[in-house]
Design a protein around this ligand. Sequence first.
Ligand code: PEP
Ligand code: MG
Length: 762
Amino acid sequence: MNDYEKDNGGVVNSQQLLHDISALSHLFRESASIETLLNKAVEMVARRTQSAVCSIYLYNPDKQELTLHATEGLNPESVGRVHLKLGQGLTGLALQEMRPVCEADAGRHPGYKFFPGIYEERYNAFLAVPIARGMSKMGVLVLQRDSRQCYEESDITALETVASQLANIIENAQFLLGRHEPVAEKAKSVPAGLKFIKGKVAAEGFTYAPAMVLDKRRSLSLLLHQDSGKAHTLEDFRIAVTHTERQLEKLQEQVEHKLSDAASLIFAAHLMILKDQDFTGKIARRIEGGVGAPTAIAAVASDYMRSFLASQNAYMQEKANDIEDLAVRLVDNLLSRGEETSVHRDHVIITRGLFPSDLLKLSSEGASAIVLVGGGVTSHIAILARSLAMPMVMVDAFELLNVPDGTPVLVDAEIGNVFVDPDDHVLERFMVQQRARLTLDDQKRLMKPVTQTADGARVHLMANINLLSDLKVARELSCDGIGLYRTEFPFIVRTTFPTEAEQYVIYRKLVDSMPGKPVTFRTLDAGGDKILSYYHDIKEQNPAMGMRSIRFSLQNRAIFVEHIRAILRAGAGADLHIMFPMISSIDEFHEAREVVRESLGQLEKQGIEHHAKPKLGMMVELPAVVDLIEDFAREVDFFSIGTNDLIQFMLAVDRTNESVSDLYLPHHPSVLRVLNRIARVALENGRGLSICGDMAHQTQYIPFLLGIGVKAFSVDPIYLLRTQQAIAATSLTDAEALARAMLAKSRIRDLEALLKNQTRAD
Ligand code: PEP
Ligand code: MG
């Protein structure tokens, strides 16, 4: 006779339950077998809740499936055999909706799923509560008993408390049980339901190619399973090392050729590691001791990675990626015995973490597109991807990491869609679209030499340049100059600060490419989400508001002076504009201007050729400057509005955080009114005014911007034609009327309606 039968009218003693659960966690620490532990848990919960049945289902997020792992009261043979998809049955429903499901007569519920042979049909009263850690789903705790005593509110509360206590145990159990699963068996087929994923565009483009998953957490373990059974000699390993070295040198050359400003020695770390006797020596010793070569490589690489990953320093963590990359390369070369392999070429790379140097490497190796899982993309990764013409979509679907390598994937980074193994119908639709896409030649043909509104007002259309490779499109489309050169890119992708001489060479190429046209250098905007991995080794709690941008430059004056000197020297004879990012006060602007004056003095004294009178301006990116804008207008030659940061800081919405992206609203009434105020003050004071944030190329906002008097737009080169066409389609008179109407609205929904109407009118 069990406790239920002994006492089927009692009340749940939740205090007692809690007490036992804490005893259970104690037991967990000493328990050798997870199965025993889970069994003890269900037995105890069943007893305390006077239930005939208590079961624990564990969730496998890769398969999106629940499996019965322990039960008191059901047929013990059903353990490990009962599987439920997320949402399937009442148990699956509880987890899918992350809420308790309580039924007096479970069998009558339309979602009830009957499993023959587990003997649950006798128990109609049903209560399931999800087991979760934060938002992550871990499993379900289920109670059942006969219908004479259905569960009540107090039972639900008690069981929820138990479930939350169990979460910690389950998390560990899942981890350990997961280790028992053979790694190589994972990811053999496309996870069910994974055909279409809606993501967010980071860099536009379109690709259809086989997938390759780069997942740090699994690739080394996969390597360990790659031993082909063939015995590799020490000589084989040495040949693989030499071959890898040659491959890397060639790649390095290609990158330098393609991206002279950014390349630096991006494969330097790999080459250094290969030359490290300790690294190769350790592998060789293992091979000599009889360990298979791929296993020896993976084992030594893991040791190195672990020590790098243990560091708090982002630069060191980046090195762990290099080690991993190198280990994969070495094993590939070992197994293919020197055939030319570029594993990433013409593949859609699915990955969860990406450094700028990774992106450069993937681009130089010919990867076709990137699907970044789990967000965490920093704005410079997205910007860099655009400059590299690498389509990139960010998605939240971690299951994508289980897509088998080689599965065809269609990445539509025009709107952020990812199709896994798309059917012919989807493919055909996209092929038609692809054929309609404009080539650079088409764009050249369509681009007008002069940008103006429908009623003939002249507008200056300039380019945002991140990498020198962006210049090609900018030049071919003959824009009106460079409205924003993000100087931080050569800093971000390198492994040390570039010297004044190196900077000069890059900047001079930029200036030479735009003869007679304005060139605007924004001084170093490092920090925040644009980290210099070799410098920002102190983890900041809140880097967006930390030691970044102009603050970083003013704090590192020697670096700033070299930077300004390089700009002034490169700008000799050009229409040179210099602007400071993230200015928050007049004092800060003065301090930055002082560095320019000091550098000018030095160059003058040294007799070095330079630009003696550059125009000095500021980015408007912080709400703090809005109320000082009239005062700033007396100090600066020009304003450039950085809407990306201005919106982020005005609305307190992180521009890189996928989960709040719906709140990032350029058409928030306060943003619109601030833009209007800045434009009015700049125009009244005869100061230069341009807009260089993403809002400048978002065509729905262009009429408003024209309407408040913005006559200079700076956009990524790929958006030049689109922006020109949107301007040409707008009459200034209409734009002014629209801007007046928008500025009169105080509700977001009214503004959205106005924007919608305007689109319809187009
Ligand atoms: C901006 O903030 O709008 C801007 C142009 O700068 P970045 O995107 O480089 O921060
Ligand atoms: Mg900015």
